[in-house]
Design a protein around this ligand. Sequence first.
Ligand code: HMG
Ligand code: MG
Length: 302
Amino acid sequence: MSNLPQKVRMFEVGPRDGLQNEENVVPVEIKVGLIDRLTDAGLPAVEATSFVSPKWVPQLADAPEVMAKIKRKPGVAYPVLVPNRKGLDGAIAAGCDEIVIFGAASEAFSKRNTNCTIAEGLARFGEVCDEALKRGMRVRGDVSVCLGCPYDGEVAPAQVTAVARELYAMGCYEVCIADTIGVGTPGKTRAVFEDAARYIPVEKLAWHFHDTYGQALANTYAALECGVAVFDSSIAGLGGCPYAKGATGNVATEDVLFMLEGLGIETGVDMAKLVEAGRFICDFLGRPTGSRVAKALMAKAA
Ligand code: HMG
Ligand code: MG
């Protein structure tokens, strides 16, 4: 186990990736309550919302109110998704200091998610990134559909690497490789990582797994063995992507934490508080948690 990282940075995406996928818009106070509980649990990064077109993602149209009402805990990052200049202006006005730009590894997904080709998207993100860096903001780059695309099917590792390299070259402090529809397996995870790692240092790479086919923890372990030490996850396993039908939520944060604790890897996250944050949002949504660990811990406590 000596090649596993000693510490992992858990990057929570539930308030954004999770709540963007809810049929009904979750009220601002609930979003704020969730974000504040997540930071109170010790998560170092909570992706709070998106400054995207409300015509495309009405669920997050309240981004400015959410950013105004959360308690900003010192040392915690509150990244927000930004697709274009208009989104950047919104994020600046809301006092955000970290943005996420998001490209795709397949043409069909780029078109469905951002209404442009991969190249057009990268050109747009390049301008957004330059302006954000000039203002002293931090910029993260996500690459979607890296282990398979709902429209184009197979995605070659070289397609992922090409987009990841561009985002890194623009000045992203980290590039996150995403399995948007959760079709990846550990071998494919490793192959995509190894190709990207020929050009991008391992400490600049993160992973984002969805658990549609139940492979997310196995994939997380494969990435840990490659030395990756930053992982996205979603409280209670909330989420999906409105432009990837059938994709379930991200791997649950509680489940990732349980595995990391079992491996003796430090995160700074408190399991009991995390489970309470999950209970809070699931009570509001009126459905059971998607986290196996939260379910087990709540049953044990009852
Ligand atoms: P478009 O329709 O080509 O853009 O969409 P447009 O410039 O023609 O604008 C259309 C309307 O939206 C206009 O309003 C704009 O002003 C407005 P109108 O004039 O018709 O009244 N608009 C905006 N309003 C607020 N903020 C903005 C903004 N931009 C335009 N930023 C666009 C192009 C990129 C805007 C659109 O496709 C979009 O917003 N896409 C975002 C989709 C999205 O958020 N998807 C989910 C997140 S990605 C994901 O989940 C994957 C990830 O988790 C990793 C993984 O799992 O793979 C990250
Ligand atoms: Mg996602």
